[in-house]
Design a protein around this ligand. Sequence first.
Ligand code: SF4
Length: 905
Amino acid sequence: MEIDEAREVRTTCPYCGVGCGVLAKVAADGQVSVRGDPDHPANFGRLCSKGSALAETIDLDGRLLYPQVHGRRTGWDEALDLVASTFSRTIAEHGPDAVAFYVSGQLLTEDYYVANKLMKGFVGSANIDTNSRLCMASSVAGHRRAFGSDTVPGTYEDLELADLIVLVGSNLAWCHPVLYQRIAAAREKRPGMKVVLIDPRCTMTADIADMHLAIAPDGDVALFTGLLDWLGQHNALDRTYITAHTTGFGQALFAASKLDLAGVAAATGLDEDELARFYSLFAETAKTVTVYSQGVNQSSSGTDKVNAIINCHLATGRIGRPGAGPFSVTGQPNAMGGREVGGLANMLAAHMEIDNPAHRDRVERFWNAPAIAQRSGLKAVDMFEAVADGRIKALWIMATNPVDSMPDAGAVEAAIKACPFVVVSDVLESTDTVRHAHVRLPATAWGEKDGTVTNSERRISRQRAFLAAPGEARPDWWITAEVARRMGFAEAFAHETPAQIFAEHAALSGFENDGVRDFDIGAYGEIDAEAYERLTPFQWPTPSSSPEMETQAEHQPETVNSTERQPIRFFADGAFYTPDRKARFIPVQASAETRISPDFPLVLNTGRIRDHWHTMTRTGKSPRLSQHIAEPFVEIHPVDAQRHRIGDADIARVSSPRGEVLVRVLVTTRQRQGSLFAPMHWTDQFAARGRLDTLTASLTDPVSGQPALKYVAVRIEKFTARVFGFAVTRKRPATIAADYWAVARCRGGWRVEFALARDDVDWTAFATSLFGAVDAEVLAYHDRDAGQHRIAAFDGAQLVGALYVAPDPVAVSRGWAAQQLEEIHASQRQRFRIVAGRAGTEQPDAGATVCSCFNVGVNQITAAAAAGCITVDAIGVALKAGTNCGSCRSEIRAIIAASRVQAAE
Ligand code: SF4
């Protein structure tokens, strides 16, 4: 496609489910810049740290640029023929269920649609599942049980209209930062608005919370059944609504009443007073939105948690109204689009059900499909078990990295390695999954691909290309359609543009619908290429009777103001998508199950950090994003740390029955006693033994099939390191001969952290290998008795690398050391300063990075706070910190608070 370099292109952020609008521009010299789209109704110009750094992630370093078969570069024809013939032969010999697709919430809706159509309509199997199974499948199941459809009723505007926001298992400040900022801004305007955070950890989101309930892991069902019982006992029910619009209330209330307040307190680890305060607040606040995400979904009782929450909203009639409703926010940029096309193994297409014969018949007729799948396929965990035991013999993985992100990742890797035929379509040549592929297919990346995504409030936005596809990379939809044609389905996969696919998807959503199915974008069923190009963000439903298309046609992207359209809420009329149009209460009860044991006595909660996304295939490229947290880590409460004889900055071995990881220790009272927290981002590409999902179990929710990634029984012990090291180096080290290591990008090269259990190391040889520079001029300091070694290597006035080794965690300022890679070191004095590992007095240590946008460290903020900057805005004026994306504002507030406490002591 032709790329217009002169203008900004309206596109959408490829990270989280907020779905922020982005304006991307390519300058004449090829430099790309991005900014938030002020007209996009999700973000109104805001971007978080990840979105702001998108331009740093689009280089071609590590890109897969050409098809490869068995590691050999080949042409598209050979690769596609091999994929098509192997899939066809496998189906012919072993049946359609012997093949599978494992796809991704990173795919655009058009990619997703084609893959789903091929598998469910033409292969004749439903063995297509998505990494969104790991993210929000419990919400889908909970919605379908309660509403009869997978409908997210509310809109982002409801978060600003609410008088009470209950955040359950949702660290919005780091995982959905722009929503967090919208809530924070609304709260500043309306100080009466209340926020309650329900989370085992005191996350950065607690910064805006009036109440933080540090709930026991998996205590949510007990908490919300307790709330339903409380509402019943305190005359806080909307009986008119219950009678008119729901069924099953009596059974749900009876189930909820099994646990009295003391029982709820025991099950949640909360005291009765704080429960009563929360329950009273909920009972008396009509405009309440309950927001939930992975902390609810990623559980063996995830679907019950969702229904326990929805029950409380139905019981109070707080749904479908401005500022009220249950609100599931998705992790991935197009998890919702995947749901719309039927990318889950137990769904069909356009929110139709695979187990419903009428739905199968409808889709079969629409697609003119020769082999519509007759039953649900294998959900993600079951799919990889089928790969492991040989039932699945040909597997195609698209745009995802299951070797790192699936539970029991070691077993998943072994399964993929043993699979007779593995195809991976990806943008990178070397991920932990791509390395096992027999066929590697180069896909276009963000900035190069064209299509649509749907965010958490059902808003469909365009992702547009502003860069030419590099090498021979092709869109995922094109790759899949080419394989489908070669499998003999040319007519049904004749699409030549994403616009044609979107039109077909939209037409299917409106086909024989007449308002009986929630997902209907039939208004776009005949959209042409020109209108698709102009498409502005819109919320569904938009049935064919909708004036939406006319509205779209009247506006050019540059002039449209999407904010003028009214947000659309479902269920305002009290009609649901069940046969009797009534919502269903689901009776749920808390389980007393515990999975900890004397051998594995701690509960590991896995999650995400502010500046990285999934397995770091994109954010790991950004120096800016890599400086906030540069190593895999585990958070532990001080009491647990003492019990296990572990100190801050030690290296710890965290083990489960399935594997172990080595991670840095962070001792913090933000963590609950008895629980650990560790992020899931680190892979073999960035750390020695940091793949967290080698610990997690393949235990799933029985209804949704979503893995219980938030509750893993583990033990922790100190890794006895004799040596700790830190290095900066211009080139990425080829190998690092250490028990523990982690690498992260910095502006001039790479940062390396490492530790070894032995200290009989030739440090000069170690440094030479690490820096990859044999001819460099070396300055060194060795104090063998103290175990201190410092080595710096120079190429003229440029630093090639610096290595610092000590028997304890190295105290050199990371930010300062990384900065030296970019500076000129002409004098011997300057060079010795690097060996000494100390900045001069004219260059004080900024401390660990807090604000990634302006590279402001904790020491600078603490100093500014001590000098009188006691608000986040004052820090912004003094240091600029927090004034761009705003993702660090909660951390700044916490640093100010800590420094004020320290000053008062
Ligand atoms: Fe992207 Fe951040 Fe917006 Fe999420 S909140 S869509 S990561 S800019």
